[in-house]
Write a protein of this length. Structure first.
Length: 105
């Protein structure tokens, strides 16, 4: 009998995204971060515990739903998600210390 073993797909198992991001971005504990195109939050969870507050902006509602469902319980108070187009961000100037975008068009 032949056994078929299915493997799950892992995105960035070596954590290269966060390694490179840390070379260019300062994730200080006091910083407020805007993540444009946060998708399902996969990258968000890798840095969110290091900063004061994160707002993830995403235009795809299904991705936002996944991000909210997958949000770790210890990040419920400092990570929020907003449905918005990155061209028309619903925030006043000087709201964030750092803005990042990864894999977004």
């Amino acid at each position: 009998m032949k056994v078929l073993q299915l493997m799950t797909t892992q995105k960035d198992p070596e954590r290269n995204e966060i390694k490179f991001l840390n070379q260019f971005a300062d994730f200080s504990a006091s910083h407020r971060v805007l993540e444009i195109g946060c998708g399902d939050g996969r990258l968000t969870w890798r840095y969110a515990r290091s900063v004061n507050h994160v707002v993830g902006v995403e235009i795809e509602r299904d991705d936002l739903r996944l991000a909210m469902v997958d949000r770790p319980s210890d990040l419920e108070h400092n990570v929020v998600f907003v449905h918005a187009d990155s061209v028309y961000l619903p925030f006043s100037k000087e709201t964030f210390d750092l803005a990042i975008l990864s894999w977004s068009l």
